[in-house]
Design a protein around this ligand. Sequence first.
Ligand code: SAH
Length: 352
Amino acid sequence: MEKQDIKSLNLQQLTEAIATFSMPKFRAKQIYQWLHIQLVGSFDEMTNLSKKDRELLEKHFYITCLTPVEVLTSKIDGTKKYLFALKDGNIIESVLMRYKHGNSVCISSQVGCRMGCRFCASTLDGLERNLTASEMLDQIYRIQKETGERVSNVVVMGSGEPLDNYENLVQFIHLISNKDGLCISQRNITVSTCGIVPNIKKLADENLSITLALSLHAPNNEVRQGLMPIAKKYELSEVLSACQYYFEKTGRRITFEYSLVKDVNDNIEEAKALIQLISGMNCHVNLIPVNPIKERDFVQSNKENIEKFKKLLEKNKINVTIRREMGRDIDGACGQLRKRYLESSLNSKDAF
Ligand code: SAH
C-alpha cells in the first residue's frame, strides 16, 4: 500500500483517514497541530501520542519535509533566497522578504512552468510537475522554523503558474489559513496568475478573501501576445472581465502587475492605453522593472521612463507603485537561482 501525504490533508480528511485504521477521532486534531503549528518533520516528535499510534501513522503516511540545499542572504536588505530539494530530488526556490509590516514568503507552485512567458526564467525548461499542497506549505514552514520569525504574508509568485495547479493551490490556501495551523489571514495571501480565465472565475467562486494579482504586462493584445503565449488563448477583454468578476464576488481589489521592458511596453503610448483600459476598475498597478535573464535580450526600462510611466498613471488617479527590488545581490527574478543551481550542478557532474 502506498503511503499517503499526511500534510496535504485537511482536518476532516485526516480524521476520516485515521478512522480507517481505528485510531480515535480526537487524535486527528493533535496530529494536525503537530504538523501545522509545531511544524514537526517526523512522527517521533509527536510526544503526546503512544508509540503504537506513532507506528501506525508511520505505516500509513509520510510527512513532506523539504531539505534546504542552499540559502543566500542579501547584504542589502536581509532578503533570503532558499533552494529546497523535494522528496523526488527536484529543486524549487522560495524567498523570504522582511518588511516593516511583517515577513512575507514568496513560494513556488510548480517545478518549472509551461506558460512560456518570454522574459521569465522559470519557464525555460518547461513544466516538470505540479507541487502538492504540502510542498507549498512546507516552503513556509521550513522558513518560519529556520528563522524563528513568524511569517505573516504569503505571495504565490515564485516559479510556476498557480492556476495551472488549481486543486492543490486551493487546498493549500485552506490549510495555511486554518485556525489549527499557522492561521495566516487570507487577506495577507496574494496569488499571481498569467490569466487563465476559467480558473480566475472558478477562484472567484471559492469564497476566499485572497488578493488576485494579474500579470498584465501590456495594454493591448498584440504586445501582450508577444510577451505571453497565454494571451493568444484568452483575449485581454476576457481576462479583464474575469478580473472584474473576481472583484465583484470577493470585494478584493485586483493588482495588475506590469513588468516594464525597454521599448516593448514602456512608452507613454502604452501608459495612455493602460489608463484607458483599466480606468474605473478598483485596482492597483504594480510596476516591475524587468529583471533581464541571460537567455533573452530584454532590457530593463531606464529609471526616467519608469518614473514617467508612473506619474502619468498617478495623474489619472490610478493607484500605482514601483516594486522594490528585494535581494538584488542574490540572483534576481523568478527561477533564476534555481536555473543557475541546476546548470552548475550539471556542469560539475560533467567534470567527472
Ligand atoms: N505564473 C504567475 C507567477 C509568476 S511570477 C504569473 O504569471 O503571474 C510573478 C510575476 O513576476 C509575474 O507577473 C511575472 O510575469 C513576473 N516576472 C517573471 N519573470 C520576470 C522578470 N524576469 N522580470 C520581471 N518580472 C518577471
